[in-house]
Write a protein of this length. Structure first.
Length: 320
């Protein structure tokens, strides 16, 4: 990946700085048509009218607008990075023995195909069943060690040593997790999970409840945008091949059952979470983090998707 030596913000970043406030204000109008997630009760406290975005380029130049100081839990966005860690820890053969590579067309928390389609492994690592299987593959002798390694990896990629769990969300998620628990027991019976179900779920609940801001997501996305190397420090953090795998899953399944439509309307690899975050990137150029807790019926930030559609169309960002 070419990294230019010019450290001044590009013309495009200057355009973004100028136009983002008006685009964010227009997209914010969408919030009233969405709903904040409440199936994890603690998430329902998020401000439904908020929308914020942070964009960072290879030199650390930024463009921000809206409620970008809001912190929120990463939820499903974390699944991209636990996948990367599991790949680093185990290699591709071991990981793809336990999870598939295909979109499901079902809800993120569906168990349907685990019984219907043999060999009974989750279709991909970004649905809950797949991410729970991935949690069990993270190296470590105990759940605590696996979680410590996960948090350390997230801190390294975000360049934020104070990244931490939102314990209220973690506890709320663990308490209201009957579906995830039943899925995990099913996976254990199918021989997909290693270790004790409760331990695996603890690792999963913890990484979903890592608290971040848009700037943390943008820094993590920047590493993916530059194929695993942090362009600001020049350090390789993840092998290129694994980033390629993760970005492909982001395109095919990163936006739940709206991934096809998002690929058509925005055309960038992205992953959303039920707390309203979206992590995306313009490969070779920017890492982008945004938050808008009000969700559309497909589970993606309603205002966030609107904003990304506007930006991608105005700036011709689609990869396709
Ligand atoms: N922790 C959430 C769950 O297991 C993640 C869902 C999401 O963000 O898609 O339901």
């Amino acid at each position: 990946m070419r990294i230019s030596n010019d450290t001044n913000p590009s013309n495009e970043l200057n355009i973004l700085r100028g136009r983002l406030p008006e685009w964010v204000a227009a997209s914010k109008l969408q919030c009233k048509g969405g709903k904040v997630a409440s199936y994890i009760p603690e998430l329902s406290k998020a401000p439904g009218g908020a929308l914020g975005i942070h964009i960072v380029d290879a030199h650390g130049n930024t463009a921000t607008a809206g409620d970008c100081g809001l912190s929120f839990t990463m939820q499903s966005i974390s699944k991209v990075f636990t996948l990367l860690l599991a790949l680093i820890d185990n290699g591709e053969d071991v990981v793809f023995d336990k999870v598939g590579m295909e979109p499901t067309g079902d809800n993120f928390n569906s168990m349907l195909k685990l019984e219907l389609v043999q060999p009974g492994i989750p279709f991909n690592p970004l649905i809950n069943a797949g991410a729970i299987a991935i949690s069990s593959l993270i190296a470590g002798d105990t759940a605590e060690e696996k979680s410590d390694r996960t948090l350390a990896f997230f801190r390294k990629l975000s360049r934020n040593d104070s990244l931490n769990y939102d314990l209220a969300v973690y506890e709320s998620e663990a308490e209201f997790a009957d579906l995830n628990r039943s899925m995990a027991y099913f996976l254990k019976d199918n021989g997909v999970l290693k270790g004790k179900v409760d331990d695996v779920l603890d690792v999963y609940f913890r990484h979903c409840s890592i608290n971040a801001t848009c700037s943390d997501l943008a820094r993590m996305a920047l590493v993916l945008a530059f194929d695993g190397t942090d362009p600001i420090s020049g350090t390789e953090l993840v092998p290129r091949r694994y980033v390629q795998i993760a970005k492909t899953f982001m395109v095919t399944c990163g936006m739940y059952n709206a991934s096809g439509e998002f690929a058509i309307e925005v055309g960038l690899p992205a992953k959303s979470g039920v707390a309203g975050g979206i992590l995306t990137m313009v490969p070779g150029r920017y890492g982008i983090g945004l938050v808008g807790p009000a969700l559309n019926p497909k589970g993606n930030s309603i205002a966030g998707v609107h904003l990304l559609e506007t930006m991608s169309k105005e700036l011709d960002w689609s990869l396709f």
